[in-house]
Unconditional design. Structure first.
Length: 497
């Protein structure tokens, strides 16, 4: 956002709403102020709250305007384990505002979260991205959202929200515009009107809920309700009232009432910034809400608060201020209250009828969601069974592939064996042929051997006969004398040699 674009926007608005003769004087001062602003401050001046800003320009209070837009803005809220999932969505909602805060702080009680790491994934992501800060504290229930922030961020604007609401993307923008116009008031987007008579405050059940009759009108009788968002100017309360024991004793479940009492004590009015758009509560977040108990306990807790301030100050300051505050005009008389109560009864009856229909529809939706959950559970179970069957089929296919591979290998081995058998059969036939040939040859050789044996036997017989004959002849020769002489001489000769 540039200085020129912001400047032109203010010039057009000023010409329309104010005296044209003042234009030159006022906007010379504005130009000098805008040139000292950075881009973030210029963005803040480009909001729909220009009408409030123009009053500073007209009164030549640009330095005060600079101080206002330069304030740090803190969004502060709290939660507990049963609603922490919804708090994560609210935190994301605050991050995506058209007019972002300088810091978003979530206060959590240490005694409620034993495991500090067991937080929703979205919260962890926002913390990691430095878009959300988590601070741990003592459990003061709903008071946690302002109690610690106002003490730690003394010079900052504090905006409190709830953890169960769908907020408009312009919530922070609307609240800041209210602050610019009414920097000494509490800016709220939803208020109740505290009903009084001439003497005292009427019971809580008489108060006008979600009152839109005081838009852009600061009033002490407006009660800012936290669910739609409340902006507190910096350092509006003294530290003496930040007493945990007092809060726990009197109004632990009524932070709005305690803060209203402080506002009355310090004479700080509340302003309804714009007409209330209604509350969009996140589905399922009210199962553990304090809303139902607050309806019946508010009067009890308000009386306790009034009594405590009466003992502290010596007078019934809360009831006195509300019943007779001059800024609010005449107090509401009995006739008006009676008329209001009649209308309220009719409205309540219609609301009860609407609530009945709403609850019936909710019950039907609940049954439908349960049936849907059952169907989804069955579908999930079917998907799981299908996955198991597919896994088994896959395993079967793999086993089949393995078996086929083994069979293929077996067939190949069988083919090899058959080939070897074929070769063996062929070798066997060859061996048989050779064996027959050998047998035939053996028969022939055997016959030849027999014949040769017979022939040799006959030859040996002849030789034996011949030897026998020669032996006989030799025997005869030895007996012959000349032969013996001859043998003797031959031996002699042989010995000499």
């Amino acid at each position: 956002m540039s200085v020129d674009s912001v400047f032109e926007g203010f010039k057009e608005l000023f010409r329309y709403r104010h005296d044209k003769n003042q234009f030159e004087i006022v906007f010379n001062s504005l130009r000098q102020t805008l040139e000292s602003f950075d881009e973030g401050q210029l963005d803040r001046l480009s909001l729909d709250g220009k009408a409030g800003i123009v009053s500073y320009i007209k009164d030549n209070k640009c330095n005060q305007l600079f101080d206002i837009v330069n304030k740090k803005m803190i969004v502060s809220f709290t939660s507990y384990p049963e609603r922490i999932e919804y708090a994560a969505l609210v935190a994301e909602n605050m991050v995506n505002q058209t007019f972002p805060a300088d810091e978003i702080v979530l206060w959590l009680a240490e005694e409620q979260f034993e495991d500090k790491e067991a937080l929703p994934k979205l919260i962890k992501e926002l913390v990691a991205q430095e878009k959300l800060t988590i601070k741990w504290c003592y459990d003061l229930k709903s008071h946690k959202k302002y109690f610690y922030a106002m003490q730690e961020y003394v010079d900052a604007i504090i905006i409190t929200i709830d953890d169960d609401i769908n907020y408009s993307s312009r919530t922070l923008e609307h609240l800041f515009c209210g602050y610019i116009s009414y920097p000494k008031s509490i800016s709220s987007l939803r208020t109740h009107l505290i009903v009084t008579d001439d003497k005292e405050v009427r019971p809580y059940s008489y108060w006008i809920k979600e009152c839109d009759g005081y838009i852009q009108t600061p009033s002490m009788r407006l009660l800012a309700t936290g669910c739609a968002g409340i902006l507190y100017p910096p350092a509006i309360f003294e530290t003496e009232f930040f007493d945990e024991s007092v809060i726990e004793e009197m109004c632990l479940n009524a932070d709005d009432l305690w803060l209203k009492a402080l506002e009355i004590y310090y004479d700080i009015p509340t302003v309804l910034v714009r007409a209330h758009d209604g509350i969009s509560v996140r589905e399922g977040s009210q199962e553990t809400s304090l809303w139902n108990s607050n309806i019946t306990e508010n009067d009890v807790q308000w009386n306790k608060i009034c009594q405590w301030f009466k003992e502290k100050t010596g007078k019934d300051i809360l009831n006195d201020v509300l019943a007779k505050h001059p800024k609010d005009g005449k107090a509401m008389n009995e006739i008006l209250v009676e008329s209001y109560m009649n209308e309220k009864m009719i409205t309540k009856k219609k609301r009860n009828e609407s609530n009945t229909r709403f609850f019936e529809i909710n019950e039907k939706l609940k049954i439908a969601y349960e049936e849907k959950s059952e169907i989804n559970a069955k579908l999930q179970k079917t998907y799981e069974e299908k996955s198991e069957i597919n896994a088994k089929l896959q395993k079967t296919y793999e086993e089949k592939s393995e078996i086929n591979a083994k069979l293929q290998k077996t067939y190949e081995e069988k083919s090899e064996i058959n080939a070897k058998l074929q070769k063996a059969y062929e070798s066997k036939d060859e061996a048989k042929a050779k064996l027959s040939e050998i047998r035939e040859k053996y028969k022939q050789d055997k016959q030849t051997y027999k014949e040769e044996k017979k022939r040799l036997k006959e030859k040996i017989q002849k030789l034996q006969d011949k030897i026998t004959n020669m032996n006989e002849r030799l025997t005869k020769a030895e007996s012959f004398f000349p032969y013996r002489v001859y043998r003797f001489i031959l031996r002699k000769i042989l010995r000499k040699q």
